[in-house]
Design a protein around this ligand. Structure first.
Ligand code: NYM
Ligand code: MG
Length: 210
């Protein structure tokens, strides 16, 4: 039986460097002979992804619950493919996941437990790397864009919500990395933690919030 791949998720505020680190990790794993693929949520290419994209671009309005469920559906659409990759021995490195889902919806006033429910049973990440950056430092990395949620007020509230989520996930699985360092230093830290994880990944993939 092939050893299964690891499921690794990056979370953090906008501009904390998630996309860069996902790309670098996938490349460095592949170079060292470990099969790895990247993915990201929202996946804006699917039907639900297009509705999400239009909502984020402020081209459409949706009830807060409805958009939350669309983000969750967007993950469920991809979940079988993630499991298939993991079972085939490929490590999956994902840019945002269900934790962003709770953080951005709960700050709008939706119940935390209600926000968790539609994601119950999704593939459970083996490791969540939270790229921690002060909202003020994130804002300095280039002005905010025009998407919904790209304001300092939202980012500050989201950061607090991520702290609560991290403590619910537990420090075994949820690791906070200082994203204020230069990109190479963050990459090295990431690589060290992933190497530790790859040594111990075994057994079936778990289920989120179950
Ligand atoms: N976002 C992302 C949510 O509100 N809920 C979710 O479930 C996910 C995965 O979408 N501001 C928000 C967080 C971001 C926005 O993400 C777009 P990105 O990584 O900038 O494409
Ligand atoms: Mg963004």
């Amino acid at each position: 039986m092939v050893k299964r791949g690891a499921f690794i998720v990056f979370e953090g505020l906008d501009r904390s460097g998630k996309s860069t680190q996902v790309a670098r990790l996938v490349e460095s794993l592949n170079q060292s002979g470990e099969k790895a693929v990247g993915c990201r949520f929202p996946d804006r290419t699917t039907t639900t992804g297009k509705m999400i994209d239009s909502y984020l671009a402020q081209k459409s309005e949706l009830d807060d619950h409805a958009i939350h469920l669309l983000f969750s559906a967007n993950r469920w659409e991809r979940s079988q493919a993630i499991l298939a990759d993991l079972e085939a021995g490929t490590t999956v490195v994902c840019d945002r996941y269900a934790f962003s889902g709770i953080a951005f919806s709960a700050v709008k006033g939706l119940s935390y437990t209600w926000c968790q429910s539609p994601d119950i049973g999704l593939p459970l990440p083996d490791l969540v790397l939270f790229l921690e950056l002060a909202p003020a430092a994130a804002a300095l990395r280039g002005g905010f864009g025009n998407e919904r949620y790209e304001t300092s007020e939202v980012q500050i509230a989201v950061k607090d919500m991520f702290e609560r989520i991290g403590s619910d996930v537990g420090s075994e699985r949820w690791k906070v990395l200082d994203a204020g360092r230069d990109v190479d230093a963050v990459e090295k830290d990431v690589r060290g933690r992933v190497e530790e994880l790859l040594k111990k990944v075994e057994g079936p993939v778990g289920k989120l919030w179950a």
